[in-house]
Design a protein around this ligand. Structure first.
Ligand SMILES: [Zn+2]
Length: 303
């Protein structure tokens, strides 16, 4: 399972690169398409968590956009192992027709803001070379088909949040647009040739010295601090604390700390119910004891 390869178009900062450094005050807009996840994931909770990243940093602005039937999107819904080179050969045309489709919707609804110029397609496909992301022509594809439950922690949702951030970085930093370093450092840009190593880039929330220098050279020095905050996922908070993203995600039906995959297994759901019922029973017991004490107290006072 690999991240990217050096042959990805955006791996080399030249005139064909998909990455363009941007001014800090204008966030890089990223359109996200959850392709083929309906019915297989809690997409409401997923969209909520991705959009929460808009609130906690300033360099990127993620947005969800409508999409209709499209040849590339249909291919990426396939259960077959897909040839990654073949997918990359289709991204330029996809980018063109998808932006035209969005521009048409804008025109129909008299909307003012132009569509974003960079898209991330999230799907459950599997590439035949075991890479799990690829990008070309301002389109990134995150293929989660290779994720396996034994890789948790991190959960697949944590994994996805990190991969989206990785693609966003590639969209603004020419120097970090392709594969960066062989060493597994727990850095966002780890190449991760070993399956189990991929988890470290998610769990460690780290940007290494090489990558920090690259961002500085690409005139994005502020991004290092932002990335480390976003990657730390402390902003998710606790499911037990009202108003935190984790608590809201739980209300939307996804327990970030109990669910490893896109949906809870029977046992994860059973454990969650047991915990909830256990808490309810303890509260009921406390209520009964307090009631009994009060009854006795008033009984003594009244006698
Ligand atoms: Zn690095």
């Amino acid at each position: 399972m690999h991240d990217l390869d050096p042959t990805d178009e955006c791996s080399v900062p030249n005139q064909h690169s998909t990455a363009h450094p941007i001014a800090v005050q204008r966030p890089r807009r990223i359109g996200i398409l959850l392709n083929g996840l309906d019915g297989k994931a809690n997409t409401v909770a997923l969209r909520f968590l991705i959009l929460e990243m808009n609130r906690i940093q300033r360099t990127f602005e993620y947005e969800f956009l409508p999409f209709e039937r499209d040849d590339l999107l249909e291919t990426l819904r396939s259960q077959m192992r897909l040839n990654r080179t073949d997918i990359k050969s289709q991204t330029a045309d996809f980018h063109q027709r998808y932006r035209a489709y969005l521009a048409g919707l804008n025109k129909d609804f008299l909307l003012k803001e132009a569509p974003p110029d960079y898209f991330i397609v999230v799907c459950l496909a599997t590439f035949d070379d075991d890479y799990y992301t690829t990008r070309k022509d301002r389109v990134s594809v995150i293929a989660l088909g290779n994720w396996e439950r034994h890789m948790a922690p991190p959960s697949i949702v944590e994994f996805l949040l990190t991969l989206i951030v990785r693609e966003a970085v590639a969209s603004v930093s020419p120097l970090l647009g392709g594969s960066v370093h062989l060493g597994t450092k727990g850095c966002l840009c780890d190449f991760t040739p070993q399956l189990d190593d991929a988890r470290f880039k998610v769990l460690n929330a780290f940007v290494c010295g090489h990558c920090a220098n690259a961002l500085s050279t690409d005139k994005l020095p502020q991004l290092v601090e932002e990335l480390q905050f976003v990657l730390s996922k402390k902003w998710l908070g606790l499911t037990s604390k009202v108003g935190t993203p984790a608590a809201i995600a739980l209300k939307l039906g996804h327990d970030l700390f109990a669910t490893k995959g896109l949906q809870p297994t029977f046992w994860e759901q059973a454990l969650k119910t047991l915990q909830e019922e256990g808490t309810k029973q303890i509260l009921t017991l406390i209520g009964a004891v307090v009631g009994a004490v009060l009854l006795v107290w008033f009984g003594i006072k009244g006698s």
